[in-house]
Design a protein around this ligand. Structure first.
Ligand SMILES: Cc1cc2nc3c(=O)[nH]c(=O)nc-3n(C[C@H](O)[C@H](O)[C@H](O)COP(=O)(O)OP(=O)(O)OC[C@H]3O[C@@H](n4cnc5c(N)ncnc54)[C@H](O)[C@@H]3O)c2cc1C
Length: 455
């Protein structure tokens, strides 16, 4: 039987980062079990013919000084900085993202609706309770016009849930809130000011986003990451996991980065409060269609949001504009995102016909366009749904996991809405908790200084 101090389930960015940061102090043995043939998980890239496709757009938004340095060191100069060009297509017009600050270009009645509705919220603010629904928050924050023309239809498409059943916990960093003068300015003229958490982004020049998890995995010790190793069962009482191709693995500490729902389904024993809470967790699947098209520079944009119901997709991104090396010269590549509830039955052939028809009617594809690649890469657990059940359920589950010393981290392990830099930092913080130190980097530096002094 294999024995390890720390067993990490999943070799995405969270799992790899935890292993790397544990290694910085070299005190504990570590094993990462990844079910896929490659590391990277959702931040991976697949080759199909001459095209490289990520799991939709995976762009680097770097906000933390440690995270930024760490990620850029990993990429070793293989990145380019892009000023975001993201748009909304609605009522046959393109407007700049975010919608709430840029209604200029829409038909005038819609602009009027949006600006007047917003001003009403300023003059007659509506008091919101402690835990407003997304619907009430949107009406109180942006007004009826912006809600009707963008916030409601777009978020209904993405979340596939009544907006009155969703909380606002997920949107703090992700939904920009402009001031009154910005909303008015953006209604009357083309406002080029950047808003939001991702005004610019970095992206690898070569290799797709896969180069990031690959570089992180390359920092680990040989044999520490085992691919093709799906976790089948976790006995929390005897601290043993049954893993495909590894057999039984005994661990002292366990770090989960698989989707929390899948992890709990493999664990035994669990108290009833946890199994009940698990049944209250909901998520959406992102059906991601990737196209390689025999036409250069199909668009000058990075990605476009589609709020209208007549289009089955909520977003289309032009990955060849992140890096032209993702496909052959003279071509473009794009990803199209459709969201469905996890338990919806989806007929992919039918959906594909609807998506292609939608792309043609929106002018994204021309009838003469030749498709060189057409690949579905669904993300089964794409978005955790922040309904009113989510936080109480997650709190009950984490209370128990903390009691038995199990960590569950990353976007899906922690059951949250987050991004790659944050995921890498989650791994660092998890390693620090396991090692009982404030900062692995400071500890590693002081250990190496002490060793130098001894020489
Ligand atoms: C549609 C979409 C767009 C996104 N866009 C961006 C973006 O532009 N910028 C950004 O910064 N972030 C983006 N993200 C977020 C980013 O993908 C995540 O923050 C990050 O990749 C999460 O890493 P993770 O390690 O927590 O999870 P994952 O990458 O899901 O890793 C979990 C790993 O566990 C493995 N696993 C699952 N079950 C088992 C099992 N039984 N046994 C063993 N292993 C198992 C999986 O194969 C996977 O490798 C996006 C996410 C989505 C869904």
């Amino acid at each position: 039987m294999i024995k390890t101090d720390v067993l990490i389930l999943g070799g995405g960015l969270a799992g790899l980062s935890t292993a790397h940061h544990l290694n910085r102090l070299g005190k504990l043995s570590v094993l990462v079990a990844e079910k896929g043939a490659f590391v990277g998980g959702t931040a991976g890239t697949e080759r199909h013919g001459d095209f490289l496709f990520d799991h939709t757009g995976h762009l680097l938004h770097l906000h933390d000084s440690y995270g930024k340095k760490f990620i850029l060191d990993l990429l070793k100069g293989n990145w380019a900085l892009h000023a975001r060009s993201s748009w909304i297509y609605s009522q046959n017009a393109f407007t700049r993202y975010p919608f709430q600050a840029n209604t200029y270009g829409l038909p005038w009645p819609a602009v009027e609706d949006c600006a007047a509705g917003f001003l009403r919220t300023v003059h007659k603010p509506v008091a919101l309770g402690d835990k407003p629904s997304f619907k009430d928050w949107s009406l109180a924050t942006f007004g009826a016009g912006i809600s009707k023309h963008f916030m409601f239809p777009y978020n209904e498409k993405l979340w596939r849930s009544p907006l009155s059943a969703l909380t606002t916990e997920w949107q703090g960093r992700f939904v920009p809130k402009p001031g009154a003068s910005e909303v008015l300015y953006g209604a009357l003229m083309d406002q080029k000011k950047f808003f939001g958490y991702n005004a610019d982004f970095r992206y690898p020049v070569r290799g797709g986003i896969q180069v990031l998890p690959d570089a992180l995995a390359a920092r680990l010790k040989p044999g520490q990451v085992r691919t093709g190793c799906s976790v089948r069962y976790v006995d929390l009482a005897s601290k043993t996991a049954v893993i495909e191709n590894l057999g039984e693995v005994q661990f002292e500490r366990l770090v989960n980065t698989m989707p929390l729902v899948d992890f709990l389904d493999l664990c035994w024993p669990l108290p009833q409060a946890v199994t009940v809470a698990r049944m209250r967790l909901r998520y959406n699947t992102v059906y991601n269609l990737n196209l390689g098209v025999a036409r250069a520079r199909m668009s000058d944009k990075h990605w476009v949001y589609f709020p209208e119901k007549k289009y089955p997709f909520y977003r289309v991104g032009y990955s060849s504009n992140f890096s032209p090396r993702l496909g052959p010269k003279g071509t473009s590549s794009l990803y199209i995102e459709v969201s469905r509830r996890a338990d919806d039955k989806v007929d992919l052939e039918k959906l594909e016909n609807q998506v292609l028809a939608g792309l043609r009617s929106a002018g994204v594809l021309k009838s003469t366009d030749k498709l060189l690649a057409k690949v579905w890469m669904p993300i089964r657990c794409g978005y955790v749904v922040y309904d009113f059940d989510r936080t109480p359920a997650v709190t009950a589950i984490f209370k128990h996991l903390a009691k038995i010393g199990v960590e569950s981290i990353g976007r899906y392990g922690a059951w949250k809405y987050s991004f790659m830099e944050e995921t890498i930092l989650d791994g660092k913080r998890c390693a620090e908790r396991l090692l009982g130190v404030d900062s692995v980097e400071k500890e590693a530096a002081s250990t190496s200084a002490a060793l130098k002094a001894l020489k």
